[in-house]
Ligand binder design. Structure first.
Ligand code: 0GY
Length: 294
């Protein structure tokens, strides 16, 4: 399979907004390089290689201190590229892995030592074949015992069906990309309000106010996505995370300039206190509460 989406931006601008000291890019990926870390045979897309060196250079260029690297479906349950990046980053990265229900305890402990603090459950139909919910629950029990949390990725249209299941998960649950709202419907639409209610009713639900580039119908500067992110930052200031989503897998319409994405931050979190929570305090609490060896 040839790469089937746009390559990441070769030369992102320097953002005007300076993230606070210690800022965390809490959603990004490493892909390959395929020669060293081959993509999973069962993958639904083949990304462009996006090696750790490029991620760390972007981190420094954008003014961030740390990364949370999330296992993407194109690497399946082979977390080798993720672990390699975590080890090379020292204390400056944590990870979210993909594991099966029968993952060995030794493997879980090795992932923990590398800096993994969560697993991702992917429900997006274009990205994965469906996993039975009892399998997810078995994984959840395994990783809850490690003190990890669960990151979930789904489309807004699947939320109503998923809510009863999500409520049964035994750990903190972080929802990727605001639950992928249909921004054409507006924040007052019952679909987005259902998502807001999920967070309002359950304080172990968090979300990433990320991916304006995926959700926007208008493109940069992503004005149509701002009300969604602002609502969540305002209502749940201590349960929101922000990430670039570099290298933006499967983006076909446009490839975002990561500097422009960083300049969205003060528009969704206008106060210094909310920026500090979003960029530093929340991700540090979730991912850096323990050192790698604990
Ligand atoms: C993302 C987005 C996508 C892909 C994956 O696991 C993945 O393959 O997450 C996507 O296509 O929406 O969250 O970075």
């Amino acid at each position: 399979m040839d790469p089937d989406y746009l390559p990441f931006h070769p030369d992102p601008t320097k953002p005007e907004y300076r993230p606070p000291p210690g800022a965390v890019d809490a959603h990004c990926h490493v892909f390959g390089p395929a020669a060293r870390f081959p993509y999973a045979p069962e993958r639904k897309y083949t990304p462009c290689d996006a090696p750790r060196e490029s991620l760390f250079a972007l981190r420094d260029h954008l003014g961030f201190s740390r990364n949370v690297i999330v296992q993407a479906t194109c690497h399946g349950r082979d977390n080798a590229a993720l672990v390699d990046a975590l080890q090379s980053a020292g204390d400056r990265a944590r990870g979210v892995a993909a594991v099966g229900p029968d993952v060995g305890q030794t493997e879980l402990e090795a992932l923990h030592a590398a800096g993994v603090r969560g697993v991702r459950f992917n429900f997006v139909k274009r990205l994965v074949d469906a996993t039975p919910r009892e399998v997810f629950l078995r994984i959840a029990d395994r990783i809850a015992a490690m003190g990890w949390h669960i990151v979930v990725y789904f489309e807004a249209s699947d939320l109503a069906d998923l809510v009863p299941f999500l409520r049964t998960l035994p750990t903190i649950v972080v929802v990727d990309h605001m639950g992928r709202p249909d921004v054409a419907k507006g924040v007052d639409h019952p679909d987005f309000q259902r998502f807001v209610r999920l967070l309002a009713d359950h304080d172990h639900f968090w979300t990433k106010v990320s991916c304006p580039e995926r959700l926007s119908l208008t493109g940069p500067n992503y004005d149509d996505v701002l009300p969604f992110a602002k609502t969540l930052v305002q209502r749940f200031p201590d349960r929101v995370l922000w990430g670039t989503d570099w290298p933006h897998p499967n983006m076909k319409s446009h490839m975002p300039d990561d500097g422009v994405l960083v300049d969205v931050i003060p528009r969704i979190a206008p106060e210094i206190a909310s920026q500090q929570a979003l960029m530093v305090d929340n991700p540090m609490r979730l991912y850096w509460a323990s050192s790698k060896s604990e």
